[in-house]
Design a protein around this ligand. Structure first.
Ligand SMILES: NC(=O)C1=CN([C@@H]2O[C@H](COP(=O)(O)OP(=O)(O)OC[C@H]3O[C@@H](n4cnc5c(N)ncnc54)[C@H](O)[C@@H]3O)[C@@H](O)[C@H]2O)C=CC1
Ligand SMILES: O=C(O)CCC(=O)C(=O)O
Length: 527
């Protein structure tokens, strides 16, 4: 499939008339062909108009048709073949095995949402039958279902060019909910974005859906994204990226005459608590496993273990020795963009220059665009006194906080901002300590895990990939897993509608065979 550098607006491919830009090969910094031209305000307008036009038809597609469409998107992405992987490797610097895995996750995610749509549970159908004889007042007939919110703007992430990008989790969950999507390609991987975008576009056509169900806009800067979020037809936003970018979009969305929700996944340092019995029993093993997680994808995971909290002692010494030894042998790895590499180097330089921070180990030095892993330590006292030590350094860097007692660990956790994950390494003898920390962790994070690290989010029904601000803009939800569909739905009540006007989900004969809450009681179809 040739990459043309065009915007995909509904069924059309249109060369933008805005500023031109080229993708950059992450490993070399060389420009890649072809030139992409940024979308114009007229392109944004057209994509949003088509999305709004498609909305009423698309949101009322049958559950089966919508599920098949999601499966068709998955199949079309696979059908792009190796070209997708090769282009994505060049643009992101990520290795083949990682990207093949990520493509599998992307496809699996679309298929999971196909299952969610077929099941129909997300409609949350409720029926409170009328009680005309009720005293003192009769009760009306009330029925409720969830409907799609409307067209959704999706901003792909640079660090997951497939699973969190054009057809990633935000797009999959919005399409599953019944929302048309206008995606804004990340300028770090426009070729990958176009290939995936063309796959989605082909699936829209193959399934006979209105063309406005999907559009893809290119931009080298931020004006297209800003215009998109400001467009009155856009009703919600999905975003993964920097805190600065996410907050800027939240502000734009809040300043509209009609404000809309922005579901932004932003920064997280993912504290890892090492409890004493576990440290003593297997501190060295934990140290080696930690370095594996820290350096995965050159550390460019928002679930990266950026902060280690542990009690002073022999167990911690063993952990640090093993972690430092493993880190020193870690090859430097290409980072996603020169900008991300520069930000990483600046973050490392700031830690190195901080008098309260000790550099424990550095990974092997690399080329111009490669990130060199780093491990630092400080004390709980210093950490609590300096809020800059809690800032995310995006890449393979982590800070160990040496704590004199459990109270200090707790104090550090209390001080942290909202996080995506927290990991606790524990043995049975640590249960009391862990039990005491759990309430703090629950308040601070979206996912608590034991004897592991947060990198590698499982796509499933019980997953929360979210957390209180600034991990995300709205800690009540998730951007991974089936619960993500709820971001793009809202409930509507139907009071005393004649049977002939009721949506299928709420008819007495329950033709969709849904589990429904019937007069307050969850009821099987046919019961
Ligand atoms: N939390 C996470 O999962 C991630 C965090 N990051 C952080 O973000 C930094 C920069 O990485 P990027 O991927 O370039 O993130 P970014 O936030 O700068 O860009 C993400 C997307 O948002 C758009 N955007 C950014 N600012 C905008 C604005 N003011 N108005 C409209 N659109 C805007 C960009 O064009 C891009 O499409 C990294 O160094 C890292 O610190 C990056 C990737 C993932
Ligand atoms: O750890 C993962 O699998 C996902 C991480 C993520 O969401 C991110 O880095 O943006």
């Amino acid at each position: 499939m040739p990459i043309t550098g065009e915007n995909l607006i509904g069924a059309a491919a249109r060369r933008g008339e805005g500023e031109t830009f080229r993708a950059v090969e992450a490993a070399t910094g060389q420009s890649l062909e072809p030139a992409f031209a940024s979308a114009t305000p007229a392109d944004v307008e057209r994509a949003c108009a088509l999305a709004a036009e498609a909305f009423d038809t698309y949101r009322e597609t049958s559950l089966e048709d919508r599920a098949r469409f999601l499966e068709a998107v998955a199949d079309a992405i696979v059908a792009v073949g190796d070209e997708l992987i090769v282009r994505c490797m060049a643009e992101s610097g990520l290795p083949r095995a990682r990207l093949e895995g990520e493509r599998g996750r992307t496809v699996g995610q679309l298929k999971m949402f196909a299952g969610v749509v077929r099941d129909g549970g997300f409609l949350e159908a409720r029926v409170d039958p009328a009680q005309p004889e009720r005293k003192p007042l009769p009760r009306p007939d009330l029925r409720l279902r969830q409907i799609a919110v409307g067209p959704v703007a999706v901003f792909g992430a640079s660090n997951f060019p497939l699973a969190f990008s054009v057809a990633g989790g935000d797009t999959a969950s919005a399409l599953a909910a019944g929302c048309p999507v206008v995606a804004k390609a990340h300028p770090a991987h426009p070729g990958t974005s176009e290939l995936v975008g063309r796959a989605v576009q082909a699936a829209v056509k193959q399934c006979g859906l209105p063309e406005g169900v999907f559009s893809l806009l290119m931009d080298s800067g931020i004006s297209v994204g800003q215009a998109l979020v400001a467009d009155p037809r856009i009703t919600a936003v999905g975003f993964t990226g920097s805190r600065r970018g996410g907050v800027a979009l939240m502000q734009t969305a809040a300043a509209r005459p009609v404000p809309i929700p922005v579901y932004a996944e932003m920064s997280s340092i993912n504290p890892v608590v090492l409890l004493p019995a576990a440290l003593e029993a297997r501190g060295r093993d934990i140290g080696r496993a930690f370095v594996g997680s820290l350096t995965l994808g050159s550390g460019q995971f928002c679930t990266n273990p950026g902060l280690i909290l542990a009690l002073e002692g022999a167990g911690l010494d063993g952990f640090l020795e093993a972690a430092s030894a493993a880190l020193k042998e870690t090859q430097a790895a290409t980072m996603l963009t020169p900008g991300i590499h520069k930000a990483y180097c600046a973050g490392i330089a700031a830690l190195e220059a901080n008098p309260a921070v000790t550099t424990l180990a550095r990974g092997l030095a690399g080329g111009t665009h490669q990130g060199q892993a780093a491990l630092f330590s400080t004390t709980a006292e210093a950490f609590l006194a300096d809020h800059t030590l809690a800032e995310e350094v995006f890449g393979a860097a982590s800070l160990v906080v040496r704590c004199p007692d459990l109270a200090a660990i707790r104090a550090v956790l209390e001080r942290l901002e909202g996080q995506l994950t927290a990991a606790v390494h524990l043995d049975e003898a640590d249960h009391d300590a862990a039990r005491a920390l759990l309430p703090v962790l629950e308040r601070r994070v979206g996912r608590i895990l034991v004897n592991g690290f947060g990198t590698g989010v499982e796509v499933g029904h019980a997953m929360v990939h979210g957390g209180p601000y600034p991990a995300t803009s709205d800690g009540r939800t998730t951007s991974v897993g089936s619960l993500a569909i709820h971001r793009f739905l809202r409930p509507v009540s139907y009071q005393d509608l004649p049977a002939a006007l009721l949506p299928a989900a709420l008819r007495d004969d329950n033709p969709l065979k849904l589990w429904r809450r019937q007069d307050g009681k969850l009821t099987a179809p046919g019961a």
